[in-house]
Ligand binder design. Structure first.
Ligand SMILES: Nc1ncnc2c1ncn2[C@@H]1O[C@H](COP(=O)(O)OP(=O)(O)OP(=O)(O)O)[C@@H](O)[C@H]1O
Ligand SMILES: [Mg+2]
Length: 304
């Protein structure tokens, strides 16, 4: 069985009469990059704050590394690095000095500072004052700080917020390597599927506090078929054959516009057409973009 690094059961956070997180069952396996997606106000940051023990759940349980967060908090947090919203740093200090200040609190060898600076690509700027850094560099310094304690789990809340496309790309490249090169499991939140689809293995989509999808990107893609389009020599007769086989669809001009079909149905239909001397010129799948499916799932968002 895959080891779950994060598991929540029936997690709730209710503020006065607003349910920010509603019955969340998250499952994040070791070695995965998990994209935690949802529109503004969906409950991502609230969930992450609960995972890090920064706020208390109203109900439900949280296990990290198979241990209950309420019982083993210090031990769990020592194994976890995080970046929630904006990183904090001293602008009048260099990156090295910022990390040294942190190292004095959390411990560990001095050599780890140059290691994490190298991982995030800040080695050449390590001695510059942080107040002169670009937003992307500050975010990377935030990730360096999260990595300082050699975590097994990295939790990043919208680390690409406010960055330009090249800054987003840099962060993405950095995160992609975490599981393989450093053995780190990553939870990364975002309100854009496009930002995480190239690196995440699994995604969880949260909407108005509820998890509405949790599976692989592949499974999300398989939902992207919106039907098949067939071009054949005798469309009307072909449509009759298709309906006989139980395939749903309609004729649009000379094109058969079919509802989504399983592979077996497609092969059965093509076989039947060929057996009946129809020429099959083209069989195309109509696909919606991943972003369209995502927007459909989150349904216009929950912004207030
Ligand atoms: N301290 C609080 N008191 C009351 N309501 C809160 C508090 N913090 C968050 N909320 C509400 O909980 C809901 C979820 O907010 P949260 O910040 O978790 O969303 P999010 O998914 O992180 O959004 P964003 O993409 O904008 O960062 C929102 O409706 C928000 O207004
Ligand atoms: Mg947030």
């Amino acid at each position: 069985m895959t080891e779950l690094v994060i598991q929540t059961k029936g997690l709730y956070k209710i503020y006065r009469n607003r349910t920010a997180v509603n019955n969340l069952d998250l499952k994040i396996a070791r070695g995965d990059i998990y994209g935690f997606l949802g529109p503004n106000g969906a409950g991502k940051t609230t969930t992450i704050r609960m995972l890090l023990g920064l706020i208390k759940p109203t109900r439900g349980s949280i296990q990290l590394f198979g241990k209950d967060l309420t019982k083993d908090k210090m031990n769990i947090l020592r194994r976890t690095g995080s970046l929630v919203e904006y990183p904090s740093y001293y602008g009048h200090l260099s990156a090295v000095d910022n990390l040294e200040a942190l190292r004095r609190i959390i411990g560990g060898p001095k050599s780890r500072i140059s290691e994490v600076l190298s991982i995030v690509g800040l080695t050449n700027d390590a001695k510059r004052l942080v107040k002169g850094y670009s937003l992307g560099m500050k975010q990377r310094l935030g990730i360096a700080a999260a990595l300082l304690g050699n975590p097994e789990l990295l939790i990043l809340d919208e680390p690409t917020n406010g960055l330009d496309p090249s800054g987003i790309q840099e962060i993405r490249e950095l995160i992609k390597d975490m599981p393989k090169q450093h053995g780190i499991t990553v939870l990364i939140s975002s309100h854009l599927l496009s930002e995480v689809e190239q690196m995440a293995g699994r995604v969880g989509i949260i909407r108005e506090g509820q998890l509405v999808f949790q599976d692989t990107i592949q499974s999300l893609i398989s939902q992207s078929s919106s039907g098949m389009r067939l071009s054949v020599s005798e469309p009307e007769l072909a449509m009759g054959l298709a309906l006989d086989l139980g395939c749903e669809g309609k004729l649009c001009g000379s094109i058969l516009e079919m509802e989504p079909m399983q592979d077996a149905q497609v092969s059965q239909l093509v076989k039947r057409l060929v057996e009946n001397d129809h020429a099959v010129y083209r069989v195309e799948e109509k696909r919606r973009s991943l972003e369209d499916i995502f927007m459909e799932i989150v349904g216009g968002g929950s912004e207030q």
